[in-house]
Design a protein around this ligand. Structure first.
Ligand SMILES: [Zn+2]
Length: 189
């Protein structure tokens, strides 16, 4: 019998992320915002997971839904999630490209690598690998207070090729399908 999982999806940034009442778009490039891209990826992955019979909880459901960064791990815990996936984009003034995934704890390195490769294979982005949270822009990531949590930096929003790939419907669907398969095999379903 198939086992139904509770999966927490975290679209990065958004309303009240850092400051109450203030919308945090994350990285911005032209008309593209990280908060938008993260939400679209979340909803596509959510649709795939729901169709497979899983329970999906989002830390924010739209751009009006307040989601302070410090409270997101609490949401994951409250709903007894088995795993959390957080979507973000990088930015580096057009000087870098590729996909990287942050994780906490050696026991989660393998899944972080698999998730990252799954996205790279579907999007054809450069594989920057799986990295511990200490190699992110912060010493620790607030979201990682919930475990296991994997923060996927899908690509660089200010790199034209990465942006095109992240916002391509077909490529995104393929990547989300691959992510869903990795989540299920991790959970032994
Ligand atoms: Zn971000």
């Amino acid at each position: 019998m198939k086992k139904s999982l509770t999966i927490i999806l975290d679209p990065g940034h958004g309303m009240s992320n850092r400051t109450s009442g203030l919308f945090d778009p994350g990285a911005v490039s032209g008309n593209a915002t990280e908060a938008d891209i993260a939400m679209v990826w979340t909803n596509d992955l959510r649709a795939i997971l729901l169709a497979a019979g899983h329970v999906v909880i989002r830390t924010r459901v739209d751009h009006k839904d307040p989601a302070p960064v410090g409270k997101r791990a609490t949401i994951a815990r409250r709903h007894n999630g088995q795993i959390m996936i957080s979507f973000h984009c990088n930015a580096a003034a057009g000087t870098a490209q590729g996909t990287e995934t942050f994780y906490r704890g050696e026991s989660h390195r393998e899944l972080a690598e698999k998730l990252n490769s799954a996205v790279c294979s579907a999007l054809w982005t450069r594989n920057r690998g799986a990295k511990t949270e200490s190699s992110s822009q912060h010493a620790t990531l607030a979201i990682m207070a919930f475990q296991p949590c994997f923060l996927i930096e899908l690509g660089f929003i200010d790199h034209a090729d990465d942006l095109r790939k992240m916002t391509n419907h077909t490529l995104r669907k393929a990547a989300c399908n691959a992510i869903a398969r990795e989540i299920e095999s991790f959970a032994g379903r």
